[in-house]
Design a protein around this ligand. Sequence first.
Ligand code: F6P
Length: 358
Amino acid sequence: MTKTIGILTSGGDCAGLNAVMRAVVHRGALLGWKVIGIENGTAGLLESPYKVRELVPDDFDGFIMRRGGTILGTTNSRNPFKYEMDDGEVRNRSDEVIAALKELGIEAFIGIGGDGSFDILSRLAKQGGINMVGVPKTIDNDLAMTDVSVGFDTAVGIATEALDRLQPTAASHDRAMILEVMGRDAGHIALNAGIAGGADVILIPEIPYSIEGIAAKIQQVKESGRNFALVIVSEAVKGPGGEKREVVYHGGETRYGGIGEYLGPKIAEATGFETRVTVLGHVQRGGNPTHNDRLLAQGLGVKAVDLIEAGEFGKMVAWQNREAVAVPIEEAIKECRVVRPDGFLAHTARSLGISFGD
Ligand code: F6P
C-alpha cells in the first residue's frame, strides 16, 4: 500500500504556505510518501466528492513556491465542530471529517495553521485516532515554542516598507502619519516594523498608552526641528474606554480595526500636526514570501515529513536556535505569545528613543 500523507492549510492565509507544501512534497517523494492536498481546510472533506488532489514535486518547481496565498485554499470560519449549514443550523460535523480522512487512507496529516486551527485539528486527531503534525504559520507570530512562524517575516517586511513609503510624504507635507497594522492581540508586527521602519511611536496591546504620552513624544520631535512623525499602531490597541476597536462585516463577523481612525484626530488635536491614517490590512498577508519565510517554510516542511517517517505525532515543528525541532502541539497553543514589555526588543525600541505612548 502507498504510504499517504494528507496536507491542508487552515485559518488566515499568509506568505510561505506554498513553500511549506513544496518541501513536504519533495521530502515525501524522497521517502516514498504520496501527498494528498485537501482543499479549503477541513471543509474540503465535507463536500461530495471530497475536494482533494495529489500534489507532486513538478507542481512546485515553477512559480508556485514564490507565490503568496495557498494553492489549496483555506478557511478561518468553517469549524467542523460548529459548522454553520446553509439554513443557519449549527452542526458538529467532526465525525464526517474523521471518516473522510480514514477513507482516503491517510496515515498522517500535516496541518499548516495557527493556534485556532491547531486547537481544532488536534481535537479531530484525538477524537479519530488520526496521526497529525502541525506546521506553524501566522503573521501574528503569537504561537508559543517557536521563535517565529511562517508568514511573519513577510508581514513585517511589508509594514516596514509602508513606513519607508510614508516617511517622504509625511516630510513633504509636515504631517504625522499613523499606520495601523494587524497582529490580533500580539504587538509583534508593530514592534518589529516600528523599529525597522524608524517609527517615533509604537502602540501595542501589551503596553497601555495615553494621548498625552503620544503627544509628548511628537512634541519632542517637533522641538528637535523635525517636521514629520511616524506612528505605528497594532489593531488590537484599546480605545478610550479600554475597549478594543472592531469592524463588523456583512453577516455579523467582527474583526479588529478602527484604532488608527480613532487616534488620527486625537493626535492632530494634541500636537498641532496634520494627521493621515493608513490601514495596511490584508496587504500584509499577500505578495511573495521573503527569503526568510521561504527558508523557514521549507525547513519546517522537511521536518514535518521527517517526524511522520519517524512515527512521531501530536507534535508541532518549531524553529528554535536556527533549526527545526519538534514540540508538543498543546504547548504551542497553551497561551498566546504576546510581546514582553520588559523584553529585549521593547528595550531596544526605548533605547532608540521610540515611545510606546506610555
Ligand atoms: O490572524 C491573522 C490575521 O490576519 C489577524 O492579524 C487579523 O486580525 C485577522 O487575521 C483578519 O482576519 P480575516 O482574514 O478574517 O479578515
